[in-house]
Design a protein around this ligand. Sequence first.
Ligand SMILES: Cc1cc2nc3c(=O)[nH]c(=O)nc-3n(C[C@H](O)[C@H](O)[C@H](O)COP(=O)(O)O)c2cc1C
Length: 147
Amino acid sequence: MLSIDNKGTNLNDFDLIIIGASIRYGKHNKIVYEFINKNQELLESKENAFFSVNIVARKPNKNTPETNPYLLKFLKQISWKPKNLAVFGGKLDYQKYGVFDRQMIRFIMWLTKGDTDPKSVIEYTNWEEVDRFANFICSIKDRKGIS
Ligand SMILES: Cc1cc2nc3c(=O)[nH]c(=O)nc-3n(C[C@H](O)[C@H](O)[C@H](O)COP(=O)(O)O)c2cc1C
């Protein structure tokens, strides 16, 4: 696994590229857009996948690539069409946030009828879904004979 801003890595050395990014204040990090725009041709020449992590995906009606508003918006903003997509719920950890972020996220959670207790630590990730996605990606790797 590499950080997206990892310098000196030759992406051509990889047969399969998976990009994962979380949502902060409604957006994926701009580094993700820059990386995709810069490497689109190369991404398209490989097996590839993209997954998004966000708290809105805690909702059963917003937890798929077809229903998660952030992923849908993101896909409209880029011209790369990932071959495989996933969305996972993220982690809420009010204790870790600074005062501003804690209040903002509590407000967002209140608006979306979520947990606003400033002591809450909740992992909304469905790890079975993560396993399923990982196994699916591995099956592509096996089918294509990628080592
Ligand atoms: C400052 C901040 C802003 C966030 N904004 C949103 C948001 O607008 N919508 C959302 O669904 N989740 C939001 N989240 C939840 C994150 O997507 C979730 O906590 C994720 O697990 C964070 O992963 P990371 O720490 O790797 O970035 C926010 C989290 C933080 C810390």
